[in-house]
Design a protein around this ligand. Structure first.
Ligand SMILES: *[C@@H]1O[C@H](CO)[C@@H](O)[C@H](O)[C@H]1NC(C)=O
Ligand SMILES: *[C@@H]1O[C@H](CO)[C@@H](O)[C@H](O)[C@H]1NC(C)=O
Length: 192
């Protein structure tokens, strides 16, 4: 009888342990965002990759990580701010995805990494960006594609990182960053 109870308790404990371990593994899988694969760059056909704003084109033979997801969004999500023009002729090459329009460099607008863009559900919404000791509100008009790159469909651009907010000159200017440093800045953003 004693042995029976002991082994039952042992089994229950094991079972609980398995459940907890499984939950933990599932949680780790859903919370962490690891690379979803990679693409290898090929030299773009002549003229196929727009280098406006000194944006990079894929390098032949270089391997780039791709991501379908981004870290969870909080009220102070950490990101890297980079510069982008949404002008006709800007590095994106195409009108913004959310509204099919080109935008002036004077507009307070941004694009978010694929995971944060959330299949377009954040389109047209605004975010507050905190950086350089200041705060600016900007509208999301596009997705910075982290899930692919280096081909015709992506204008031979490398995949966007999964923690990127690209912003117009207007955003950088409003954050008070000197123009010579409009390349990368660690910022925090939240929904506005
Ligand atoms: C975003 O707003 C524009 C109008 O400014 C509208 O045409 C477009 O459908 C909106 N996009 C989404 C995804 O809500
Ligand atoms: C973000 O910025 C930091 C600091 O400048 C840099 O070390 C890191 O590589 C950047 N990450 C991405 C994804 O660009």
């Amino acid at each position: 009888m004693g042995t029976h109870i002991a082994s039952t308790i042992f089994l229950l404990t094991c079972f609980q342990f398995l459940i907890i371990t499984n939950l933990f593994i599932v949680k780790v899988h859903t919370c962490a965002c690891h690379s979803g694969g990679e693409v290898t760059g090929h030299a773009p056909p002549p003229g196929a990759c727009n280098t406006a704003d000194s944006s990079a084109c894929c390098a032949d033979g270089q391997v780039y990580d791709i991501y379908d997801c981004s870290p969870p969004v909080s009220h102070h999500t950490k990101a890297n701010l980079t510069l982008q023009s949404f002008n006709y002729g800007g590095a994106g090459g195409q009108p913004a995805n959310c509204d099919g329009q080109y935008h002036s460099d004077d507009d307070l607008i941004v694009t978010l990494s694929t995971g944060w863009c959330d299949s377009g559900r954040r389109c047209n919404k605004s975010i507050n960006i905190r950086g350089n000791g200041r705060r600016v509100r900007a509208k999301i008009v596009d997705e910075c594609v982290s899930s692919g790159g280096c081909d015709d469909a992506h204008n031979y651009k490398p995949p966007c990182g999964n923690t990127i907010v690209r912003a117009t000159k207007a955003v950088w200017s409003k954050l008070g960053v000197p123009e010579t440093q409009w390349n990368t800045l660690v910022i925090h953003w939240s929904g506005a």
